[in-house]
Design a binder for this molecule. Structure first.
Ligand code: MF3
Ligand code: CO
Length: 248
């Protein structure tokens, strides 16, 4: 069952998602060689609590941290720890915040210091693929339209799209129906309606779309160890079209 949200509920999700945006933009400003992924987690958790929010990820299926930090060939769900970031790395930061019983969720991949042109191109393409998906969040469209828009753009640029992890509805729960794949067919899947709130989160790989999970049971990596990037926004379908909630 897909739960539609009232305008009041959408405002609550927007308040939570705004805190997520603050965290991501703050981390993008401070991230630098020599910092550990745990440093990023600490900054995120402090900011969330300063704003009166709850880090949604902590305790989610036993997940231990406030954010996910996925470096280079890590796709999603990397766990912050003592790893030092180095010049040229790219790091995907994923963050969820619960405020007043509603959840916001967003992610962004950022370069550490100066990064290669190919890494910049991968990150920019992933962000643009997300925007193409977001453009499909209009009343009467289909969930498959989103996946089609993301996949066709990504593949035209020479990248593959991860299949094993998908976006999702969001509201009182971080993960609600429907699932929002980053691949698919135009005109297929559930119909999008005003009041739906979706987290769209494409993961693009330089090589194969295939991924594996490390022994820590969380960290998802590309099978060929090539680079991957991940961007995510929380978006409401309104009468005026898509409204991105995870912004300042
Ligand atoms: N934002 C991600 C998602 O939508 C990550 C959540 S996994 C967690 O699934 F365990 F870290 F919470
Ligand atoms: Co998500």
């Amino acid at each position: 069952m897909i739960v539609l949200k009232s305008p009041d509920e959408i405002e609550k999700i927007a308040k939570a998602a705004k805190i997520v945006a603050e965290v991501l933009l703050q981390l993008k400003e401070v991230v630098s060689p020599g910092m550990t992924t745990d440093d990023l987690n600490r900054i995120a958790a402090e900011h969330i609590r300063l704003r009166g929010g709850i880090p949604t990820f902590i305790g989610y299926r036993g997940y231990p941290k406030a954010i996910c930090t996925s470096v280079n060939e890590e796709v999603v769900h990397g766990i912050p720890g003592p790893r030092e970031l180095k010049e040229g790395d790219i790091v995907g930061i994923d963050c969820g915040v619960t405020l007043d019983e509603y959840v916001g969720d967003a992610a962004m991949t950022m370069g550490v210091g100066q990064v290669s042109e190919s890494a910049v191109r991968l990150m920019q393409t992933t962000q643009e693929a997300l925007m193409r998906g977001i453009d499909c969040v209009v009343d009467g469209a289909r969930i498959g339209d989103i996946g089609y828009a993301v996949q066709s753009y990504a593949e035209a640029k020479g990248y593959s799209v991860v299949r094993d992890f998908v976006g999702h509805g969001i509201g009182r729960q971080m993960h609600e129906e429907p699932q929002v794949p980053n691949f698919g067919l135009k005109g297929c899947g559930p119909r999008i309606r005003v009041g739906m709130v979706l987290a769209i989160e494409p993961m693009l790989n330089e090589g194969t779309h295939e991924v594996s999970v490390l022994k820590d049971k969380w960290t998802v990596v590309t099978k060929d160890k090539k680079l991957s990037a991940h961007f995510e926004h929380t978006i409401a379908c309104t009468q005026d079209g898509p409204r991105i909630l995870s912004v300042l």
